[in-house]
Write a protein that binds this ligand. Structure first.
Ligand SMILES: O=C(O)/C=C/c1cccc(O)c1O
Ligand SMILES: [Fe+2]
Length: 314
């Protein structure tokens, strides 16, 4: 059955700490294009790969990957809260295929997700319930991380499983590109923050607000050039976009996790979601990137990209 792809950066600072109007207009136009692309494709199912930012997944039990058969959005940064419309049968089918292929994916009947999933679904299809989904969490934040080659293999297997579903499947990757927002690192966090990283579910409204305000302020400082945040790396971002568009994804296997951080910041690991989505596309054969948007947006602490791709009939 037909497959298509939309990979996009997210940033919860959108609408809260905005760049100049010309940039907003350009992003809006790119999202309009992506929305038309998705509407024209008319997916029966969205398989979405996204990270979490210590809102749904914590160090009390931290899998590299998790497929949700049911999922609940926490509604951080004003994103839509509540249950996603998860296609449970499809989630089980995908999980079986992934496990059969030897990839030890975790599985959840109550996955908690944050803006990584919700913002992408809201921007592309209007809501977290507009189209049935299979949500797939990819740890991109909490070290230690496995090699990126495993993400590519996960994506390929998910793509093979999706091809057997007899549905029109849109693969979405949500995250990246180069960026290093102040998401805490367990290794360097003070004790009270560590406790939150281990078991931080259901923060009070005041706790959530304080945390979000800290990131919004960091975005303002970054745009003003006064934040101690690793710079964006547009050259690295464009190289990644070129590699993904080339279809030669195996070259990514040689990239080390340290290299991602050196080049593009800790949260550049979020491009794992793009790599998985493109690898899923590759399982159906050759693909062609049909649109690419890229801007450095300091206000949103993001090398900000949006791409779409279609399968090529051979
Ligand atoms: O506050 C967080 O949890 C994350 C914020 C953020 C900021 C900019 C880009 C991103 O991908 C983010 O997740
Ligand atoms: Fe993120």
């Amino acid at each position: 059955m037909p497959v298509a792809l939309c990979a996009m950066s997210h940033s919860p600072l959108m609408g809260r700490n905005d760049p100049e109007q010309e940039v907003i207009d350009a992003v809006d136009a790119a999202f309009d294009h992506a929305r038309r692309f998705v509407a024209d494709f008319a997916p029966d199912l969205i398989v979405i790969f996204a990270p979490d930012h210590y809102n749904g997944v914590f160090y009390d039990l931290l899998p590299p990957f998790c497929i949700g058969a049911a999922a609940q959005s926490v509604g951080d940064y004003g994103t839509e809260a509540g249950p996603l419309d998860v296609d449970r049968d499809a989630a089980y089918a995908v999980a079986r295929e992934v496990l059969d292929s030897g990839i030890d994916v975790a599985f959840s009947e109550r996955m908690h997700v944050d803006h990584g999933f919700a913002q992408a679904l809201q921007l592309l299809v209007g809501s977290i319930t507009a189209v049935p989904t299979v949500p797939i969490f990819i740890n991109s934040v909490a070290e230690p991380l496995g090699p990126v080659s495993r993400v590519r293999l996960l994506g390929e297997t998910v793509g093979r499983a999706a091809a057997k579903l007899d549905k029109r499947v849109l693969f979405v990757g949500s995250g990246g590109l180069s960026h290093d927002p102040p998401v805490p690192q367990f290794a360097t966090a003070p004790e009270e923050v560590r406790e939150r990283l281990i078991d931080g579910r259901n923060p009070s409204a005041a706790e959530r607000d304080a945390r979000e305000q800290r990131v919004i302020t960091a975005g303002r400082d970054f745009a003003a050039g006064t934040a101690a945040i690793q710079p964006l790396n547009p050259e690295w971002d464009r190289h990644l976009l070129d590699v993904l568009a080339s279809g030669d994804l195996e070259q990514i296997d040689a990239w080390t996790n340290d290299w991602f951080v050196e080049q593009a910041g800790h949260s550049s690991h979020e491009v794992r979601t793009w790599i998985a989505a493109y690898a899923a596309m590759s399982a159906a054969g050759k693909y062609r990137v049909t649109s690419t948007f890229y801007r450095e947006i300091h206000e949103w602490i993001a090398g900000f990209g949006i791409t779409t791709a279609v399968a090529v009939d051979e």
